[in-house]
Design a protein around this ligand. Sequence first.
Ligand SMILES: [Cu+2]
Length: 141
Amino acid sequence: MRWRFLIVAFAASFQLMAAEVQIINSTVRLPLPGRSVSAGYLTINNLSDQAVSVVAATSPWFEKVELHQHSYVDGMMRMQQIDRIVIAPNQTVHLQPGGLHMMLFTPKQSLALDQQVPIELQLDNGQKISVSAVVTKIPKQ
Ligand SMILES: [Cu+2]
């Protein structure tokens, strides 16, 4: 009886953890012809009452994935690598063009529209979240 209780308690706490952070609307932009770098966007919902951070992203389809942000430096729009994306309790953070984004370097295979790119996000609490990001076109400016 005691063992059974432990297993149920473990399963319940795991489900709770897994439900705390929700990733939606994941996309990866089709790289421009001749380019080997692409941008990825998604929306992160923190459903918990504690701040959580994304500290890394990886994809088996790319050599390297970095977390980036855009910011104005001396009046110029620059992008720079950041070491984490913090999502405050019960808040939503959008990775979107002109703001926070993922930078994906050197695809290991050629990408096509509507493919699902596997990406894994690592959180500061040790949790890993797998997402499928749809390959989309770069919108015309
Ligand atoms: Cu970037």
